[in-house]
Design a protein around this ligand. Structure first.
Ligand SMILES: C[S@@+](CC[C@H](N)C(=O)[O-])C[C@H]1O[C@@H](n2cnc3c(N)ncnc32)[C@H](O)[C@@H]1O
Length: 437
């Protein structure tokens, strides 16, 4: 789907999210009349009644839309929180429950080049009561780049947001979705910047560029034009590295909009169309079957609750003969200290030991399974990184607060303690999807 026209890219998501359910009522709001008509033509195969409007003013009159498309209709309101709230209320009310909301918005000219994170946050956490008192909102499927704009115009800040309207259980939680939890706790913008200082440019994982390259090389012979899915791509260092070093085409996904907003801002500067990004959940995005030569993931899957489901999805997405390589925070075999348990709970980590990873991989059908405990190397890196911070405190404190310095030092020191008790591990997993017999 990489070179689809914009309406056809929108249709592609609609079909994925609809999962075969019938679509009768499609409403398109597009200030550009011609583009609005292009959507009407592209959506013809759905056999639905497609109505095209040219202004947001018509939105409050729309009800029960199975598909609601906004094509560059928000340019006057994207940076205004109050107007966005009004818009979201009307958009949520206009869609039927289960209806799909597609918002295409080119953010290239917005001053804040990370506005995509702000918008994702507004859209993802917004809730409103419908006429029956249900707590309704938009469930995030993905935020993708408009591929036509990346290929044809080298514009990497033109986006398609895709949601499904849902009734949510009433919630009093401080963070409304898991994306919200990631962005508001471990991966705030400042938190990411401080982590990057610690790990190295473009990386949020132990050892930065050099360590990642060493790990990537364990795939073997990567060739130009091959395809890779990078799960939990962070601020994009790994994706850009395999594109640069090996000519591999990478689809990097990450659930943190703060992370991906940085990756996208940099991609927009670097104009590397071998790399594309999606703000999405690895357990939600529907990849094409048999479509990737490689699946890679650096230190992400400890965040993901259902490893069986994740591994099954990776297996399906890999081409026969394709390889998966994952490094992850894991648990060891020592008795867990209360402090370690608290750390794991506070981060909402789901840690597995190597035996569990091996078993899941076997059950899913992988062959040539390699598992390896990389904790001794983790320990070395933690010490190097902590020493680097201690020796360069003045530079760090010229950019960040004392509390960030203290939190990094204690975080790194605590991890070294968890390693000593064989509580915390750093684990490696590689396997292959077999060829059909
Ligand atoms: C420690 S960071 C590693 C980032 C990157 N791989 C690197 O090496 O720099 C882990 C990443 O996993 C992402 N993540 C967590 N849960 C996810 C999920 N369910 N789907 C996709 N990404 C997820 C986080 O947002 C975060 O960016």
């Amino acid at each position: 789907m990489s070179s689809l026209s914009i309406p056809r890219q929108a249709l592609y998501y609609v079909k994925k999210v609809a999962e075969g359910r019938s679509i009768a009522n499609v409403q398109v709001i597009s200030p550009c009349e011609k583009q609005g008509q292009n959507y009407a033509v592209a959506f013809e195969p759905l056999g639905a009644n497609v109505k095209v409007h040219n202004s947001l003013e018509q939105l409050p009159t729309i009800r029960n839309a199975d598909v609601l498309v906004f094509n560059n209709a928000l340019s006057q309101i994207v940076t205004n929180a109050d107007l966005l709230t009004d818009f979201l209320k009307n958009a949520t009310n206009a869609a039927s429950v289960g209806g799909i909301v597609v918002i295409r918005e080119d953010l290239k000219n917005v001053a804040d080049k990370r506005q995509v994170a702000r918008l994702t946050d507004y859209f993802d956490v917004f809730r409103t009561n419908d006429a029956d008192g249900n707590n309704t909102g938009l469930d995030l499927y993905t935020v993708d780049e408009v591929h036509n704009s990346t290929y044809v115009e080298q514009n990497f800040l033109d986006f398609i947001f895709v949601f499904r309207k849902k009734i949510f259980a009433p919630s009093t939680d401080a963070t409304v979705t898991f994306r919200d939890f990631l962005d508001k706790t471990q991966y705030t913008s400042t938190g990411i910047d401080a982590y990057e200082w610690m790990f190295g440019v473009n990386f949020i994982s132990p050892g930065g560029y050099a360590e990642n390259l060493k790990i990537i090389k364990r795939f073997g012979d990567l060739k130009p034009g091959q395809t890779m899915l990078d799960i939990g791509v962070g601020i994009g260092g790994g994706a850009r590295q395999v594109a640069d070093e090996f000519g591999v085409h990478v689809h990097g996904i990450d659930l943190s909009s703060n992370m991906l907003a940085i990756a996208l801002e940099r991609l927009h500067e670097e104009k590397d169309s071998r790399v594309k990004y999606s703000i999405t959940d690895a357990l939600v995005y529907q990849f094409e079957d048999d479509s990737f030569d490689y699946v890679f993931s650096r230190d992400c899957i400890q965040h993901i609750p259902d490893t069986d489901k994740l591994f099954s999805r990776i297996y399906k997405a890999l081409k026969p003969g394709g390889k998966v390589l994952i490094t992850m925070y894991g648990k060891g075999y020592g008795e867990q200290s209360e402090q370690f348990k608290e750390y794991v709970a506070q981060r909402a980590y789901f840690l597995k030991n190597l035996k569990e990873i091996h078993q899941i991989a076997e059950k899913v059908g992988f062959t040539n399974i390699v598992t390896e405990n990389m904790t001794p190397r983790f320990k070395e890196i933690l010490i190097e990184e902590r020493t680097h911070l201690e020796q360069n405190e003045a530079e760090f404190l010229s950019k960040f607060q004392q509390r960030e310095r203290d939190s990094l030092i204690s975080g790194w020191t605590n991890k070294l303690g968890y390693i000593e008790k064989d509580n915390h591990n750093w684990n490696f997993f590689m396997a292959q999807k077999p060829f059909p017999k």
